[in-house]
Design a protein around this ligand. Structure first.
Ligand SMILES: [Zn+2]
Length: 184
């Protein structure tokens, strides 16, 4: 540490003690140049990670909050706690790798969406429906379509998709067979 009196950067610690129930360490130092003593405090950096909301507000990053959102989307599905932990861990590490200490909330959201998509399609749709705050059904369908484009849908999904289509007003005519009548 640089001495506050003579500005030399050469000292020795003469005493260290914990304060605030271990949250801080107070060190008494002696400058080896001018022999004067000074004190430094060492503490854990509090809430170093922040999330930047749409309106620009900064809020502390809360792992539990993120986890709860994912758990809610995974409710009642065959998804283990370890799988949820993995989603949280990869979202977190990637977010704070790309953005040093302040992560835009929508970037977090997109990362979660991507991980949920890999995890479980129902959980993904549930999360997407909350995250995107759908204003109407067409918005929801955009996400659903995007999802369906991403991988081959299962037969059950295709059936559901077809069932949701409105009936066609004008069904295609059967090809003619030369005027011969078949059956009754
Ligand atoms: Zn000094």
């Amino acid at each position: 540490m640089r001495c506050p009196f003579c500005r030399e950067d050469n000292d020795r610690v003469v005493d260290s003690r914990a304060g605030d129930e271990g949250a801080t360490i107070r060190r008494r130092r002696e400058c080896l140049h001018c022999k004067r003593r000074f004190t430094t405090y060492e503490r854990i950096e509090e809430n170093p990670l922040r999330v930047v909301k749409k309106d620009g507000r900064r809020v502390p990053y809360e792992r539990e909050k993120l986890r709860r959102g994912i758990e809610k989307a995974c409710w009642n599905l065959a998804i283990s706690a370890e799988q949820i932990d993995q989603v949280v861990a990869s979202v977190e590490s990637e977010a704070f790798e790309q953005f040093d200490r302040e992560v835009p909330s929508n970037f977090l959201g997109e990362l979660i969406m991507r991980e949920m998509r890999k995890l479980h399609h129902v959980a993904y749709i549930r999360f997407a429906s909350v995250y995107k705050e759908f204003k109407d059904v067409s918005e929801f369908m955009d996400v659903l379509e995007e999802f369906l484009k991403g991988r081959a849908p299962t037969a059950a999904e295709l059936v559901k998709h077809v069932q949701n289509q409105p009936p066609r007003a004008d069904p295609p005519k059967k090809p003619g067979n030369g005027g011969l009548k078949n059956g009754p």
